[in-house]
Design a protein around this ligand. Structure first.
Ligand code: PRX
Length: 653
């Protein structure tokens, strides 16, 4: 484990507690423990009760079929996700309620009511059908944060196509790999998207990505910025032209609860991204339930999850969870500091946003920019705050609670993953006593545990592996086209239990404290990056022979990447080459993966059997103690790596 004794001690010092206020509890969706106790008695019955809140075309015959490690939820049940998110709200008061309140980075505003959104989704579903997309086909989506992005997702769901959204910050290479793996015939994109006043040329990036990739037959392009693009005859089509010709109604396909809804690629410990595959019924039940109970959802809320829909947080808590509940969501296209660092606070004031769900890395950035920006605005519409993506340090938690929440809003620190699909460990804001830095308790109906390597529970306050011991509705179904890897990554470490890859401890009150990843995946600004992916990207450069990439703690971003590179014989290191290598990683993966520091060195420290000693490098770079050196073939290795690191740093090249 990389979790050192020092971390545990420091966490233990956090004894502060924040019980829910009487005023909040009084109006809360969950006011007492009965909800939790009830779920604990019979989790399957609990989930079945939650599932009944949705609209089913045919009821399920079995709540859960558990064939370790494959879980099937609501077997035999039929439903359509877009009908649940749209059609069923049209017959009542929600018909003309805002579904999406959107602001573009340059400042335009759009409001789509549930009826408006339904109309757009129907049309776009027909557009996709017109391009030959059928039930089960994969559609790749590479769009900025504009309402057309949820429209595209829901249109896929309407016709039973499986979407694969790629975050706008990913490079051409990443799109190519993912579109090829998913065998997508159609890619949906825009001419460009706004980011800090500049235009990110999305269509151009797609052109580069699919050059020679024959599987892609059509590219649908939404005109967002007016930036010039090349449209290839026969392949590329304008969104607006197709939409004007498309029929206004498209029947929602009847889907099995166990049919896939989407794939989302995420980083793993090897170079190849994993296609996380999520289901239709179980996933929707999981996200709809957690949205309602974790965020204490009220009809009049304006719910703002600041994530990009390119990440799972946006899938679950911008699109599917809130819309399944008939909520009004707020969506913003651009950067938080554009044109000034008060952009978020200005929008909260103007739109009377009630719920803000964001990442610790953003909170730390806001803290650094200074209190003057939130202080310029009236944030009294806020009633609930949330965080996700990484552990939140207590200092940032307190700042968020006081400066943004005015001391009045509970904070839900929600732990989950792309794989889990839904929040699994979280406070319930009406009943949970909060502790800054702790995600507190498993959501009702969820069984989380902290165990040792053998799978045995560890004592109170002792660090171990976080596992989930029973299936939950939004659990990933498999890795797309790779069930063997699914078994190996998640189910082989601790037999019979889902291995999260996170370290954690449980305190004397049963609260969970997350301690970060225990594998070679690191968390940069709330985004997961496999260090192996970055190594593969570096090694794909013609001048590079070998590379080791590790994470180093960073006060702002959580962690940053540090790369050690050995060049091929005859190549010489220089500042321009280092710059070129960082650029190369940007091109291969995306800007989020570009190493913060890159050292060129003659050799990498290796074990006698030739393995790069990543674990030792990582621990030393992070300033952590090396826990267990007995597995090292050469006990002198630590000193050797220490010496090597000192030399590398001294050379600074
Ligand atoms: O290490 C945990 C961290 O983020 C990882 C999941 O990353 P990803 O799949 O990209 O999904 C992020 C959004 C759901 C986890 O394995 N993580 C996420 N939320 C928290 C967290 N660590 C501590 N506390 C959290 N609240």
């Amino acid at each position: 484990m990389v979790v050192s004794g020092a971390t545990i001690d420091s966490l233990l010092k956090e004894k502060e507690q924040y019980p829910p206020s009487a005023a909040f509890r009084k109006k809360a969706v969950v006011k007492d423990d009965a909800f939790r106790l009830d779920a604990a008695k019979d989790p399957e019955a609990f989930w079945a009760r939650m599932a009944k809140e949705l609209a089913w075309i045919a009821p399920w015959s079995k709540v859960l079929e558990w064939n370790l490690p494959f879980a099937k939820w609501f077997v035999g049940g039929k439903l359509n996700v877009s009908a649940n998110c749209l059609d069923r709200h049209l017959s009542g008061a929600r018909r003309n309620k805002a579904a999406i309140v959107w602001e573009g980075e340059p400042g335009e505003r759009r409001v789509l009511t549930y009826h408006d959104l339904w109309r757009e989704v129907n049309r776009f579903a027909n557009v996709l059908k017109g391009l030959g997309v059928k039930k089960g086909d994969r559609v790749t989506i590479y769009l900025p944060m504009i309402p057309e992005l949820p429209v595209a997702l829901l249109a896929c769901a309407r016709i039973g196509a499986v979407h694969s959204v790629i975050f706008g910050g990913f490079s051409a290479r990443a799109i190519r790999d993912r579109a090829a793996d998913a065998e997508s015939h159609v890619i949906v994109t825009a001419d460009g998207g706004y980011r800090r006043g500049a235009v990110l040329p999305l269509k151009k990036i797609v052109d580069e990505a699919i050059d020679g990739l024959d599987v892609v037959r059509h590219v649908v392009v939404f005109r967002r910025t007016g930036v010039e693009v090349t449209m290839r005859e026969g392949r590329d089509r304008w969104w607006h032209e197709l939409m004007t010709k498309a029929d206004g109604e498209c029947a929602a396909e009847s889907m099995d609860a166990t049919d896939p809804l989407f794939i989302l690629y995420t980083s793993g410990t090897t170079g190849k991204p994993k296609g996380i595959q999520h289901s239709t019924g179980g996933y929707l039940v999981g996200v709809a339930t957690t949205t309602r109970y974790v965020f204490d959802l009220k009809e009049e809320d304006l719910f703002w999850c600041t994530a990009d829909i390119g990440w799972v947080t946006g899938h679950s808590y911008i699109v599917y969870g809130p819309l399944a509940n008939g909520a009004s969501i707020f969506m913003y296209e651009g950067a938080p500091d554009w044109p000034e660092p008060d952009r978020f606070w200005r929008m909260i004031e103007e739109y009377d946003i009630t719920t803000l769900y964001t990442a610790p890395t953003a909170i730390r950035a806001f803290m650094r920019w200074g209190d003057e920006y939130p202080k310029r605005h009236d944030l009294s519409s806020l009633r609930l705050l949330g965080t996700v993506g990484e552990p939140i340090n207590p200092e940032a938690w307190r700042w968020y609670q006081k400066t943004i929440g005015g001391g009045r809003c509970p904070i839900v620190d929600t732990w989950w993953q792309t794989e889990t699909g839904m929040i699994l460990i979280t406070p319930l804001p009406g009943i949970t006593t909060l502790k800054p830095g702790s995600a507190t308790f498993p959501f009702p109906g969820v069984s989380a545990e902290v165990v040792d390597e053998k799978g045995d529970p560890v004592p109170v306050n002792k660090g171990g592996y976080l596992v989930i011991s029973k299936p939950w509705p939004a659990m990933l179904q498999t890795l797309y086209k790779d069930p063997e890897r699914f078994k190996q990554v998640y189910w082989s470490q601790i037999p019979g239990k889902y291995f999260t890859g996170d370290g954690a401890r449980v305190d004397e009150d049963g609260c969970f404290w997350l301690m970060g990843r225990i594998d070679d995946v690191i968390n940069v600004a709330g985004h997961r990056i496999g260090t192996m992916e970055v190594e593969s990207a570096l090694v794909s450069h013609p001048k590079v022979a070998e590379a080791a990439v590790v994470g180093r703690p960073d006060p702002l971003k959580g962690q940053v990447l540090v790369a050690y590179v050995v060049l091929k014989r005859g190549e010489a290191g220089s500042d321009s080459l280092r710059q070129e290598l960082r650029e190369h990683v940007r091109r291969e993966i995306g800007a989020i993966a570009a190493p913060e520091a890159l050292y060129i060195t003659d050799k990498l420290p290796k074990t006698r059997s030739g393995k790069i000693m990543r674990r030792v490098i990582r621990s030393l770079v992070s300033g952590q103690e090396i826990g267990d050196t007995t597995t090292l073939e050469d006990p002198g290795a630590v000193d050797e790596v220490r010496k090597w690191l000192a030399e590398v740093e001294a050379r600074k090249s």
